[in-house]
Design a protein around this ligand. Sequence first.
Ligand SMILES: C[S@@+](CC[C@H](N)C(=O)[O-])C[C@H]1O[C@@H](n2cnc3c(N)ncnc32)[C@H](O)[C@@H]1O
Length: 197
Amino acid sequence: MDRREFFDLSAPEWNRRTPEDLLPQLNRVVAEARLRAGDYVLDVGTGTGVLIPLIAEAIAPQGRLLAFDISLRMLLEARRRIHGETVLLVQTDAHHLPIRPGSFDRVVCNAALPHFGDRRRALQELIGTLRVGGSIVISHPIGREAVNARHREAGGPVAEDRVPPPEDMEILLRGIGLADTVVIDEPEFYLARARKT
Ligand SMILES: C[S@@+](CC[C@H](N)C(=O)[O-])C[C@H]1O[C@@H](n2cnc3c(N)ncnc32)[C@H](O)[C@@H]1O
């Protein structure tokens, strides 16, 4: 089984597995992304779209959110959260994005980076979609150790997927030319932010 098949199979019960009290941490992710009304935002590996309503509210009414995922079944769940014209869902792979360079103000990658087979390649692809001055946020609202433990327990194709420790994340982000890097690595919250120059 590959990761796409794993997430397709997980999609119908994904929301039940997500902690119900996660909303404050998700709001913190959106606050750290510093979204503004009118922004164009990419939600990477949106899954069932937990961030979609929060991002859509922050960028309304003129902003646009393109939420994508490699799993069609995840996107079918995410579709339930969509109202109005702000959000577009696309099935695609973070390693090969069919997006014109420089189109977005913000990239938000929540709970998805460890699943990319080639992180550097995927990040370069994501950064390519940003305008100069735009920024990326990579987050894990339950914290690094909790995510790593969940992946170990889940087994299968995600068993070895790990959230990078802060020093590795800094090196990764700077290595692809990003600036103003910030990494928060608290016991129950992880977030990295960096800017395209
Ligand atoms: C742990 S889920 C997180 C979903 C959502 N962002 C959230 O916070 O609930 C990871 C998601 O990343 C997606 N994903 C994994 N590899 C991907 C890739 N190469 N390109 C796009 N999406 C991918 C999976 O299908 C899955 O929906």
